[in-house]
Write a protein that binds this ligand. Structure first.
Ligand code: FES
Ligand code: FES
Length: 216
């Protein structure tokens, strides 16, 4: 059986064969592209379709807040992204890099600071929630050139190796002593258990806390 089409049904195979009035696939695409380009160009030029760059930037900027708090006795006011942790506020906005970022998840205690006298993991504390708070970091413990007694005890007892956990250990130890949880080495161990030392200096850390508490 023949599959040949009658001549009238055969589609034109060349441009020369296209009807001059009917839009071809080629002219349709060319026209669409030109019209689309004009619409975009109109949006940019007229500003009626696309937002201005500054509007885009404002829409994309994360929400931020102003917070005033006292850090080591000095009033500080900063504007921060609402998601900023106290640890990042201290290290990146105030240049206080003594508090260390270990796990950044509340598991190691390297970031321990005192907020209104209480020990906190600053990596888990939102800065914007601390309006009016009093924060003490490792930088705020010494009295001028005179080290805090616990800082001195860490040196005397050689209670560190790499030192990465030490700022958190000392601030936590100060909190532990203030709370009165220093009745025995076991009690100190229990109440300092949130502060991990990968170098394993626990015996000397506990001794430093114990001796400082005994001198109070
Ligand atoms: S860095 Fe905050 S608990 Fe580890
Ligand atoms: S001294 Fe190295 S982690 Fe504690």
């Amino acid at each position: 059986m023949s599959t040949e089409l009658p001549e009238s049904a055969v589609p034109p195979t060349t441009d020369a064969g296209e009807s001059s009035s009917a839009p071809t696939r080629r002219t349709f695409i060319a026209t669409s592209t030109a019209v689309g380009g004009a619409v975009v160009a109109g949006g940019v030029i007229g500003g009626s379709f696309l937002a201005a760059p500054e509007e885009v930037a404002a829409a994309e900027a994360p929400p931020s807040s102003r917070v005033s708090l006292t850090v080591n006795g000095t009033r500080r006011t900063v504007t921060v992204d609402n998601r900023t942790s106290l640890l990042d506020l201290l290290r990146e906005h105030l240049g206080l890099v003594g508090s260390k970022k270990g796990c950044n998840a509340g598991a190691c205690g390297a970031c321990t600071v005192l907020v209104d006298g209480r020990r906190v993991n600053s990596c888990l504390t939102l800065a914007v929630r601390l309006e009016g708070a009093e924060v003490t970091t490792i930088e705020g413990l010494a009295d001028g050139d005179r080290l805090h007694p616990l800082q001195q005890a860490f040196i005397d007892e050689d209670a560190f190796q790499c030192g990465y956990c030490t700022p958190g250990q000392i601030v936590s130890g100060v909190g532990c002593i203030q709370e009165g949880h220093t009745g025995s080495p076991e009690e100190i161990r229990e109440w300092m258990s949130g502060n991990i030392c990968r170098c394993g200096c626990y015996v000397k850390i506990v001794r430093a806390v114990e001796q400082t508490a005994a001198r109070k």
